[in-house]
Design a protein around this ligand. Structure first.
Ligand SMILES: N[C@@H]1[C@@H](O)[C@H](O)[C@@H](COP(=O)(O)O)O[C@@H]1O
Length: 260
């Protein structure tokens, strides 16, 4: 696992957008896994700037979703599909036909989960998956004690996650209790995982992810098992990392051509 400590969210956005741009230059029809939440927004903004400046051609890029609420009517503005259309697809100028996501309003949810796994496989698998992290260490919506081998399935949100996400709804009662999420086993199949965290509120989860034991109690710690996982954090989110100086020295001496 590589840990990169950056000055702020803007630097994080620039660094990760550059990695996505390099991927697209190498593989124009790559499958880019995106995450919702506030943390990845600077990445999408920096990438949109590169696209606008003609530095990146996303005409063949495919984009896929990590997780989705269950039970929100199709087109609900806080369904992750709609959020990603607003925050990623529209700014990048990518059409719906290049977007893959699970159907959270399906009548047969297990079938929708299985169908989504199949679509990801048929698309050649995820090349680069962006991940945020919940304050309880979740990735996607894989809450604590999720199987580290899990596939896309229905999960029940913890109260803590519902409270964290209530800011996007008109109060806690409106936050769905159930979700569909790529499993941890699914996420681990992506070729490159990039986990983002900013702010002191994520410091404990980041330390447990990077330096704690691999444990289903901290789902993000499964990244320790991945051959190419990059954790990009700001100083505040890094403040509980015991080896922060080592990560900084390592990154500072890395040749620029190597990327992340
Ligand atoms: N399902 C999403 C996660 O994918 C995201 O990582 C997390 C953190 O969001 P934020 O980046 O806003 O802190 O929120 C939600 O729970």
């Amino acid at each position: 696992m590589e840990v990169v400590i950056v000055a702020d969210a803007a630097a994080q956005g620039e660094l990760v957008a550059s990695a996505v741009a390099e991927l697209i230059a190498r593989k124009p029809d790559a499958l880019f896994g995106v995450a919702t939440g506030s943390t990845p927004l600077p990445v999408y903004q920096a990438l949109a700037t590169k696209v606008g400046a003609g530095q990146v051609d996303v005409s063949r890029l495919k984009v896929c979703q990590l997780d989705e609420y269950v039970g929100l009517p199709a087109g609900h503005p806080e369904s992750y599909r709609e959020v990603l259309k607003r925050e990623v697809l529209a700014p990048l100028g990518i059409g719906d036909e290049a977007f893959l996501g699970p159907d959270g309003s399906a009548e047969d949810l297990p079938a929708a989960c299985a169908a989504y796994e199949q679509r990801l496989a048929d698309a050649g698998g995820v090349d680069l998956q962006l991940l945020g992290i919940g304050t309880d260490g979740h990735i996607g919506f894989n809450e604590p004690v999720s199987s580290l081998a899990s596939r896309t399935r229905i999960k029940t949100l913890t109260e803590r996650t519902r409270v964290d996400n209530a800011r996007f709804f008109n109060g806690l009662d409106e936050v769905p209790r159930h979700v569909i999420t790529q499993g941890i086993g699914t996420i681990l199949q992506a070729r490159h995982l990039v986990l983002l965290a900013t702010g002191a509120g994520k410091a404990e989860a980041v330390a447990a992810t990077v330096e704690g034991p691999v444990s289903s109690m901290v789902p993000a710690s499964a990244l320790q098992m991945h051959p190419h996982a990059t954790v990009v954090v700001d100083e505040a989110a890094a403040q509980q990392l015991k080896l922060a100086d080592y990560y900084k020295a390592t990154y500072a001496s890395k040749p620029a051509w190597q990327g992340i």
